[in-house]
Design a protein around this ligand. Structure first.
Ligand code: CAA
Length: 439
């Protein structure tokens, strides 16, 4: 049985914060820190009438309309988020409520849930839907998986430059049009405290440690995947989408992945004059000096033709969208997949049958590796997306507007700031506070 992602849609926050022109001068930082170091040019930001419910509902509605679906076609609505405002009632019920306002049928038959494990919960929800369909419990219905987040940090936190807001809606079904998921998965998981949100709106983050944990768990997941699926080699995968908190993080993950996938191969022989045969450090911690080792290794590897070509083909296309929207937490790795396929279409590449190695990650912490195979109708799906229109339509904000809107999203202060955009035909928040009505 082939099960996977039949279709995807996104909803990007309606505002845009330019990091080089607006954020860097206000922070008194060199713009290169953001554009070159982190690899980010802009964040998508939520207007005051947007939240995880409206963004998720708008992405899901767009998907249902495009695929001609009614509520009766969907047997399951799972929402992945790390920006939830209700510890009991799942966000999926709020989103279903929005959708029921515009469709004749309702979702009374659908199993609704909310998944939490930082950014990896989007992929975990995808896995749940896959298992549900493979188990034959879906009664012929598809699953709707929505990853939605307002990834905001406290002002002055190092993470502030990596903010973003948006939602990804995915339809999971048998005989999918976009990608088929592999049955095999690999995991790397440990109890970590580098990124926490215990009943607080903005996360407490040890940013440097979070980078180390990401790399350590991703390596474990790669090894675990290989223990069930056999060795993975760089040339087997057309694209390698990783969770992308910021593209600079993916540069490090790509290095790790490439080193792993080429060990013991002819490519390693070719690389030896440039990089030797030193493995990356076993531990990614301050004592191991891993940061210097990674940097030296990256500098050497970057100079090699083999790595440069692989990176340009397999990694760079996955980052096109992230560079202009920032971190979408649970949606981030799914944006990376879309980004790669969007580039394939732009470049006239026939991606049918090509394989993707997908690296998901959530703080706290867990990494997951699985593979996907691009399906025949992928190009029709990509052609139908409105990503470019949505990104183009965003309103640029000044630093003063950014400060006000950031405050507005800081619990129940949203009555103090007027919306900057006037959407039509979309779900918006109507009223004040996180529990308010949506129309
Ligand atoms: N030109 C070019 N590059 C520059 C530069 C300039 N003028 N100035 C700095 N840089 C480079 C630095 O050398 C650095 O690169 P390396 O990491 O390769 O050395 C990069 O830009 C960033 O600079 P800093 O390390 O000085 O930046 P920072 O300390 O202010 O912030 C961060 C970095 C700690 C990762 C911060 O962005 C952060 O806390 N982010 C949130 C946490 C996060 O995203 N962690 C990622 C892993 S956890 C995860 O993935 C889950 C999730 O979604 C949050």
């Amino acid at each position: 049985m082939t099960v996977g992602i039949d279709a995807m849609e996104i909803h990007a926050g309606k505002l845009r914060l330019d990091l080089a022109e607006t954020f860097a001068p206000a922070m008194d930082e060199d713009p290169g820190k953001y554009t070159k170091g982190l690899g980010l040019h802009a964040s998508s930001f939520p207007d005051v009438h947007e939240d995880i419910v409206t963004m998720g509902a708008n992405a899901a509605h767009r998907l249902m309309e495009r695929k001609g679906l009614e509520p009766d076609d969907i047997g399951r609505i799972d929402v992945a988020t790390e920006s939830a405002f209700d510890n009991s009632k799942p966000v999926s019920t709020y989103i279903a409520g929005c959708l029921e306002a515009v469709y004749e049928g309702d979702f009374h038959h659908a199993n609704k849930g909310e998944r939490k494990f930082a950014c990896i919960s989007g992929t975990q929800s995808l896995d749940d839907a896959y298992n549900w369909i493979r188990a034959g419990r879906n009664r012929g219905r598809a699953a709707l998986v929505i990853a939605t987040d307002t990834a905001l940090y406290a002002r002055g936190d190092a993470g502030e430059a990596t903010q973003g807001a948006g939602a990804v809606a995915m339809l999971i079904s048998e005989d999918p049009d976009l990608v088929a998921l592999s049955q095999e998965q690999g995991f790397g998981s440990a109890d970590e405290t580098d990124f926490l949100k215990p009943n607080q709106q903005f996360p407490s983050v040890d940013g440097k440690r979070s980078v180390q944990v990401y790399l350590a768990r991703m390596r474990e997941a790669l090894e675990d995947y290989e223990s069930v699926a056999g060795r993975v080699y760089s040339e087997e995968f057309r694209y390698v989408p990783f969770h992308t908190p910021f593209p600079g993080m993916v540069r490090k993950a790509a290095l790790l992945g490439y080193r792993h996938m080429t060990r013991g191969t002819a490519i390693e022989d070719d690389l030896e004059p440039a990089i030797g045969r030193q493995p990356l450090p076993d531990e990614f911690d301050d004592e191991s000096g891993y940061r210097d080792a990674v940097r030296e290794y990256m500098d050497a590897l970057k100079e090699t033709e083999q790595y440069g070509e692989w990176y340009d083909n397999a990694i760079e296309p996955t980052l096109d969208i992230a560079r202009h929207v920032g971190n979408w937490y649970t949606g981030s790795v799914h944006v990376a997949r879309l980004s790669a396929l969007r580039r394939a279409r732009e470049d006239g590449i026939d991606a049918t049958g090509e394989r993707l190695l997908v690296g998901s990650y959530g703080s706290g912490a867990q990494a997951e590796i699985h593979t996907e195979t691009v399906q025949e109708e992928w190009e029709t799906e990509l052609a139908a997306l409105s990503i470019d229109d949505q990104l183009e339509a965003r309103r640029d904000i000044s630093f003063e507007e950014y400060e006000e809107i950031h405050d507005a999203h800081n619990h129940a202060k949203d009555d103090e700031f007027d919306a900057l955009t006037t959407p039509s035909g979309e779900f918006v928040r109507d009223g004040q506070g996180p529990m308010n009505e949506r129309t």
